[in-house]
Design a protein around this ligand. Sequence first.
Ligand SMILES: [Zn+2]
Length: 550
Amino acid sequence: MISVNPIKYKIHLEPDLKNFKFAGSTEILLDAVTQVDEIILNTLELAIWNCKVRVGECFVDCPFYVNPAKEEVTVFLPKEMAGNITLMIDYVGNINDKMAGFYRSQYKSEGNVRYIAVTQFEESDARRAFPCFDHPEKKAIFDIEMIIDENLAAISNQPISEEQPLGGARKLVKFRQTPKMSTYLLFFGAGEFEFIEDPGEVLVRAATMPGMTEYAGFGLEFGRKSLDFCEDNFVTKYPLPKLDLIAIQDFAFGAMENWGAITFRENLLLHFPEITSKAGEERICEVVAHEIVHQWFGNLVTPSDWKYLWLNESFATYFGYGAVAYYHPEWDIWEQFLNGQTDTALERDALQETFPIEIPGGEHVVINTSTAPIIYNKGASILRYIKEYMGDESFKEGLKYYLKMNEYSCASSSSMWESFEQVSDKPITRIMKSWIEQPGFPIVEVKRDGHKLVFTQKRFTYLPNEYNQEWFIPITIRVFYENGETRSITTLLDRKQGVVDIGRHVISYKVNDRQAGFFRVRYNDEGNMHELGNRVSRREILSEDRWGLQ
Ligand SMILES: [Zn+2]
């Protein structure tokens, strides 16, 4: 079925929040590159009762077969067909309580329990709401409409284009067509949402349950800031006319980056005076920024396979911290990054039974407490590392190039490194492969030989090891001279041993300036350690560097 691709979905939904059911019909326009006599779509826990295909001006009934174990429906066409094919599928489903697919979230209003219906699709739960090609690479455009009670508000990825009263206290709500996007990023919801708005070229809104908008101002304000930060840093405009930040009580994850309709667990968006701590405020900002970074890294350009998910998460994590650091320099965010991300990753990755961030030809790694420090934390640390090595301007150029080349499409991690190499004269691909495709990380031993430093690398583990691994290690050395000047020298250690000339009249040197590199350092140089110790106690060293000397 590789030769069949979706072009456009028209999704019609009628949620019933009293009986927790919904009626759906989905029209799918697809393109068959070769002749096909059946179409296989993903579906899960939907009661499909009718499948049709357009033949000429009319729709013709098609037999179909649902295989629940494979989460698939096979639609048998009346004859072999190629080119544009339009399917129409009718079904009913449950608005479930599993926090996946189209589900219900409970809240209390004036002492009564009430419900909203919302969606959560990553990684593969869009198939619980409509039959589809449920893979990130199968991008398509979406037309969504819902029939809901007239007192409810509806939200989706795009703004509402039209509302029609239908009588019987119901209304039809239509949304503007989406850009080409992946199924897992689609969102629709209906309920007694209330909004506060920050108008602008892009309308930013916060949506809450009734009576809660007064707590949404803090998150909304940082949402706008994060949007500005991203547009500046990625040199690419946010492509939708609006961005909603939606607080939901029953939510499986911290937040979900649905394009233009980000959902949050309530305490990660709403700020309660007297209750939300300073750490809580920092967390709100970081999560809001993280999800907004995904609007580019994940949504505009999507991993062509789930095994490249780490790339999404690394960018979102790294720039999430970046946005918070930019607007709140007083919060020492990069120190928190070193503690929370880099150190956690170094500890996890020092175990013998670690694994590479990305295994060439390998499978997608399931995220759990054992794998997250590698996929998220090491990934984000390596990204910070390569950015420091490339320099801000070159890195920014690389991101812009990558987004432009792959917008509304999918990419692998190698297309990212190739983009960086396009704008940089440094061997980024070779460096990144050595960090991404092998497990563990090195310890760099350094000793001084006159005005030269001699570096040796080997893999670091807590227990003695016999590994014979090598990395391409960009090393930046902060050198302190007798006349009070300091200078940073960058070298690339691309073999077991390397030598760098640091000049004469050197008092001391700190290897791995600002702790940008993902490696440990051992100084075989007592005198230098003593001097660095003095600088630490005189606070003549950056806080990030102090962290590296503990
Ligand atoms: Zn994320």
